[in-house]
Design a protein around this ligand. Sequence first.
Ligand SMILES: NC(=O)C1=CN([C@@H]2O[C@H](COP(=O)(O)OP(=O)(O)OC[C@H]3O[C@@H](n4cnc5c(N)ncnc54)[C@H](O)[C@@H]3O)[C@@H](O)[C@H]2O)[C@@H](O)CC1
Ligand SMILES: Nc1ncnc2c1ncn2[C@@H]1O[C@H](COP(=O)(O)OP(=O)(O)O)[C@@H](O)[C@H]1O
Ligand SMILES: [K+]
Length: 525
Amino acid sequence: MEILSTAQMRAIESEAMTSGAITGPQLMERAGAAVAGQIRLAWPKAGRATVLCGPGNNGGDGYVIALLLRRAGWRVRVLGCDGDPGPDAAEMRRRWRQAGPVLPLTPQAFLAAPPGDICVDAVFGTGLTRPPAREIAQVLALLPGEDVVAVDCPSGLCLDSGVLLGRPRAGDAGMPRARLTVAFDSPKPGHLLGLGPAVCGRLVIADIGLGPWRQTAARGGPEDRPDGRPGLVAIAQPATAPRDGAARSGLRALLAKHSPAHKFSHGHALILAGGVGAGGAARLAARAALRIGAGLVTIGPPAEALAEHAGPPDALMRRAVDAAPDLSAMLGDARLRAICIGPGCGTRRAAALLPAALGSGRPCVLDADALTALAADADLAAGLHAACVLTPHAGEFARLFPDLAARLDAVPARGPAVSRLDVAREAAARCGAVVLLKGPDSVIAVPDGRAMIHSAVDVPWLATAGSGDSLAGLIAGAMARGVAPCDAAGLAVILHAMAARSIGAGLIADDIPDRLPAILRGIGA
Ligand SMILES: NC(=O)C1=CN([C@@H]2O[C@H](COP(=O)(O)OP(=O)(O)OC[C@H]3O[C@@H](n4cnc5c(N)ncnc54)[C@H](O)[C@@H]3O)[C@@H](O)[C@H]2O)[C@@H](O)CC1
Ligand SMILES: Nc1ncnc2c1ncn2[C@@H]1O[C@H](COP(=O)(O)OP(=O)(O)O)[C@@H](O)[C@H]1O
Ligand SMILES: [K+]
């Protein structure tokens, strides 16, 4: 599924209207009808609703919703902004006024009667450019989150970044919340990034008939690709993957093994390990690389630590890698197709081995200590290439790209605010490698501008020691099998979260690789 920026959404809407196939009011009627339909599904018994209508087209959707709920037997109270909301929304307001009054959008008017069973937040959507202020902010602060239905998004959320304008990016004190958010055509980055998922509640994407224009216009307006790079962002949604036929078959195609092949045709992955007492992280990665189907996996600790790796899994091969010449010698074997360096490696060892690993041109996952080594030495970073996947969490990202991380730290005053998507893309373009910025909202960015967002907010148990090591191993294993670096990162992130979801509370990182057979069976791989 594709994600659209707000600029892309506007471009599609305007292309659809310019084509003459659909008018602005018709689009607004479809949007309003989609929300009213979802409300009636979730609240089958007609009740009382308060609908808040803002100063633009989001407000226009609100007037449509008000009218449709009223026709369905609901008792509806509408609070709206004065002023000119634009021709389409003005027309919807006129239609509503034939049915009922528009009260002022003020705290006094809101509190003059009970809000009813639901409040519909149709104040700001994709047009938000600054923090809600004065009376509108006061009314929004009064909304009872558990009964709010948000049109496109809860008002105040920046749909390009998932931040609440005017508030710190972290911390949820006093943030707006909706029980249900109905958005149109495609998810926007802000639905999946940052506070978006917590603020939006259950997210429903409603089809309003813009598909034919999305195919052409989604390639981005000029503002989305200042340097000519494509503006496409994909959504990776493991939560829906098991039910979503296309997603499942995409995963199956990446994972398929063909029967005449032998183990070397499934690739050989090398997981470099650290010194004495530090081998666990690399072993987790190695186990994950085996489970995702690499034909062979070798773990490479220094000779003094080799004995530590004598235990299971017996499928794992062991070979000492003391220094860069040992690594170069191993890489002389063309069948060794992917490298993972970083987990438990130690920064000095990672720095010493990186030139040989990168110089080989092999697909290479750089995680943990390899990222720290990279951040400390610009010469090492110069060796990165398009088959490298960097897997920083926020702290490692800040070490590697301090200027980009600083842009994320600032309190966002205006929309569209800088997002994790923006900085991951910039980082990938800068270093010429795939960047997987990890977190509950992981972003995978490719140097050519393609990107993927993956939301794992529902599996906080993934934030546990060693979880990132197993992810690095999954990526390395998939790359050893010949999966392209960005696809390997996407596949690994999805399987990682699916495994965590099926394990649930109590998860430790060791469980993740061992859950893969069940997950792969479920996908039909
Ligand atoms: N793009 C599409 O394809 C469609 C859009 N529709 C609706 O249109 C919405 C976008 O409409 P608009 O572009 O009119 O924008 P909004 O209705 O989100 O915002 C209205 C206006 O408020 C102003 N504004 C922004 N921040 C403000 C603040 N903090 N305080 C006061 N004023 C502020 C801006 O000038 C903006 O144009 C979508 O969210 C959606 O609900 C739907 O009607 C149909 C389809
Ligand atoms: N709150 C969270 N919810 C879901 N997933 C998370 C959360 N925090 C982190 N993750 C995921 O868990 C993994 C943690 O990786 P990392 O921070 O490198 O841990 P470690 O170095 O201990 O292995 C990453 O895949 C990351 O995307
Ligand atoms: K809204």
